[in-house]
Design a protein around this ligand. Structure first.
Ligand SMILES: Cc1cc2nc3c(=O)[nH]c(=O)nc-3n(C[C@H](O)[C@H](O)[C@H](O)COP(=O)(O)OP(=O)(O)OC[C@H]3O[C@@H](n4cnc5c(N)ncnc54)[C@H](O)[C@@H]3O)c2cc1C
Length: 443
């Protein structure tokens, strides 16, 4: 006897988006979250273009204020204009607790059962079902998805192969009241890198990397004293008299699971890949994992999936994760490097002046250039019909939301995650294409 069809471990942004997508696909879902209350840390505060399109496609911003956007992005601190065709180009500033609140409300409205104060301590995959044990109860499900973050308990319990490298460099951060230092975006100094941004409320976010500084093994956030001393060595400025409101350190550890599926257990978000938050890619990458997985797993548990559909989660998302980690690594090398990287930075700055290079980087940063093997590009704009999370078959004459859909003269088959899998000027998709993505026709 199962308690539910899918158990999701972790009610971070990735677990919550996944839970909503599973519900849209008709699957029963229980989310187990260790924390009794949602986090109040701002953490990842940037949503990129594709993430905004995804949230729009499910109507998440409807009825509320759209966040502020900015077309000024960067690659390793080198400015990149993110202007591109599409409905949501650019950077969108949303503190992570707001993203989580939005997703939690949406998932709960769809019937996801989110249970807080439940820390998963044991996982057994019997081959027929998965059992997870928290402090006071056990839950049996056909599938488990680990969305339990970069220190994933599920990953550890399963001993999953997580290759990559440990920390080599570190960036210290603090939100500080009562200091007056000049704003700087990415100031490159002889002894390191410094960033300072004063907010309207007078609090300044400072970030500092010191060339050649060893990376300590940390069991908690750094002391503010340590950050103030590093700031002084790199910039010469004294911020020791400030009042720290938040302190944090991140390093450039980078690892990715060798396999996103282990038997009846799947991994998504930071549980599947660990990376520094450079360029604000981490959260966006994880949300895209959830958007790819949700409809496939829902089809699997409701008996609609073609055999092999679920395995396309790993084959599609693992290469995207590997590429994103590689571009984050490139940024870390260029950002934290000393004088030896200056010639490469100068060359890259020159190249970004060429429109094809700028557009290439802007699409990559925005997550708009993702292609899966044998699958077409994404539907370029959100339409009312996508709210349901179902696939769409658009005929040649279809006009979407009053806008002729390009290419309007085509038959177009669209997966629930917005990617086209058939486009033909004269023929609708044959039965095998429909069956591959949406299962056999009901008898
Ligand atoms: C302190 C901090 C600062 C960050 N700053 C930035 C930033 O500035 N920019 C940026 O782009 N990214 C930043 N990140 C990264 C970003 O927050 C993550 O990429 C994003 O949260 C990943 O989402 P997720 O849902 O995969 O994992 P998480 O958000 O980590 O969610 C995992 C959830 O699982 C829960 N959980 C863990 N173990 C268990 C268990 N055993 N049982 C039940 N529940 C469990 C956790 O409580 C948590 O709610 C930061 C992360 C942290 C921790």
């Amino acid at each position: 006897m199962l308690d539910t069809q899918v158990v999701v471990v972790g009610a971070g942004p990735v677990g919550l988006l996944l839970a909503g997508e599973l519900r849209l696909g008709g699957a029963e879902v229980v989310v187990l979250e260790r924390l009794g209350e949602p986090t109040t840390e701002s953490r990842a505060s940037t949503l990129h273009a594709r993430t905004m399109e995804i949230l729009d496609s499910r109507g998440l911003w409807e009825g509320g204020d759209s966040p502020a956007s900015d077309s000024r992005g960067h690659f390793a601190g080198i400015p990149v204009d993110l202007t591109l065709p599409g409905s949501r180009p650019g950077l969108w500033k949303v503190p992570q607790f707001d993203t989580e609140r939005l997703l939690a409300r949406w998932a709960a409205g769809l019937g996801a059962d989110v249970r807080r104060g439940q820390e998963v301590r044991a996982v057994t995959d019997t081959g027929a079902y998965v059992e997870v044990v928290t402090g006071d109860h056990a839950v049996r499900a056909a599938w488990l998805v680990a969305c339990d973050g970069e220190d994933s308990t599920v990953r550890r319990l399963l001993g999953a192969d997580f290759p990559g490298h440990d920390a080599r460099r570190e960036l210290l951060r603090a939100d500080v009241a009562g200091i007056a230092v000049p704003d700087r975006r990415f100031e490159r100094l002889p002894d390191g890198l410094a960033v300072a941004a004063r907010r309207a409320d007078g609090v300044t976010r400072v970030m500092v990397h010191e060339h050649g500084a060893p990376v300590p093994v940390r069991t908690g956030p750094p002391a503010y004293d340590e950050i103030a001393r590093a700031w002084k060595r790199v910039t010469g400025e004294d911020v020791s008299g400030g009042t720290p409101l938040w302190v944090n350190a991140f390093d450039d550890t980078a690892r990715q699971l060798a396999h996103y599926r282990h038997g009846r257990v799947l991994f998504a978000g930071d549980a599947a890949h660990r990376q520094p938050p450079i360029g604000g890619q981490a959260l966006n990458l994880g949300l895209h994992d959830a958007f790819n997985l949700g409809w496939k797993l829902a089809a699997e548990v409701t008996g609609r999936a073609h055999s092999g559909l679920l395995d396309t989660y790993h084959t599609e998302r693992h290469p995207v994760g590997a590429r994103t980690l590689s571009t984050i690594e490139a940024q870390a090398l260029l950002l934290f490097g000393g004088p030896e990287v200056e010639p490469v930075r100068a060359l890259l700055t020159e190249l970004i002046g060429h429109e094809p290079v700028r557009a290439h980087l802007a699409a990559m940063i925005g997550g708009l250039d993702v292609r899966y093997d044998g699958v077409g590009a994404r539907l370029p704009h959100s339409i009312e019909l996508q709210r349901t999370g179902r696939g769409l078959l658009l005929g040649p004459a279809d006009i979407l939301d009053g806008v002729p859909y390009a290419p309007a003269e085509h038959w177009t088959l669209v997966r629930p995650d917005g990617h086209t899998v058939w486009a033909d000027p004269s023929d609708p998709p044959p039965q095998e294409v429909l069956a591959r993505w949406f299962g056999p026709p009901p008898t």
